[in-house]
Design a protein. Structure first.
Length: 250
């Protein structure tokens, strides 16, 4: 699924390239785009592609933030595996193969997250300041809530339907740190998380504003507090209502 806010200039390329690559892989798939209250032509562009290919689906939503858009898209998706991708395709679509290889393993985890720090990763054209801020934030996250995970904020992640149905209904943080909350809940529920190194291309007009980045540090403290006070519940409460999706849609 793809969250989109004012992505009129990039969403068509995103849909074309994703569709071409998953077709090449021979997968049964759907692409769910959640338009997060865009005030440009993002929705209209997606509608044009959906009219030509019913495997593309548009969900219009009020402005709720990236976390809210991904939450809705992941719960609306019908696949046994559900992949979230940023509309700018900072990770080239052929990197999807790396996730599929991990998910196809006989001991596959329920969650595979793209990492710009894991073995095999490569950063291309990333501004040094964004990289520095990202490393500081990740160090903070590892210290407080997620030791051992090198990159929580990469926008490309793969969830089994079981994990998605257990975790996304409980998401409370809709801003920049929603990934952190998801992964903390996943560990609490006993879902294995595995990182896959990816090639990632920096974007000059990235929308990760300083104000949102600063708010994320506070959100991590909220996650720690929620976990400590039992707000996320026990493992049994997290996985008790999971669905058993049998389709093979990505």
């Amino acid at each position: 699924m793809v969250p989109a806010f004012n992505e009129e200039g990039s969403i068509a390329r995103c849909l074309r390239e994703l569709r071409a690559h998953v077709d090449q892989l021979g997968l049964v798939w759907e692409i769910v785009v959640v338009d997060d209250g865009s005030d440009d032509g993002t929705g209209a562009v997606v509608e044009q592609h959906a009219a030509a290919d019913p495997r593309i689906r548009l969900i219009r939503s009020g402005r709720g933030g990236k976390g809210a858009a991904i939450q809705r898209g992941m719960l609306e998706a019908r696949g046994a595996w559900r992949f979230m991708a940023d509309a700018d395709l900072a990770m080239p679509p052929d990197n999807l193969d790396r996730f599929i290889r991990v998910a196809s393993d006989s001991l596959a985890p329920h969650i595979v997250i793209g990492s710009r720090e894991a073995a095999g990763s490569q950063r291309v054209g990333e501004h040094w300041l964004r990289h520095a801020i990202g490393r500081v934030f990740n160090g903070y996250v590892r210290l407080l809530v997620l030791p051992g995970i090198t990159d929580t904020q990469c926008g490309f992640k793969l969830f089994s339907a079981q994990a998605a149905d257990a975790l996304f209904p409980r998401l409370t943080i809709k801003g920049f740190a929603f990934d952190v909350e998801l992964l903390v809940m996943a560990r609490r529920a006993g879902f294995e998380i595995r990182e896959a190194g990816i090639v990632w291309h920096g974007r000059a007009d990235s929308r990760v504003a300083v104000s949102r980045g600063a708010a994320a540090f506070g959100d991590v403290l909220r996650v720690r507090w929620n976990a400590w006070t039992g707000r996320y519940g026990s493992r049994s409460s997290l996985v008790g209502q999971r669905s058993k999706v049998k389709s093979q849609i990505l």
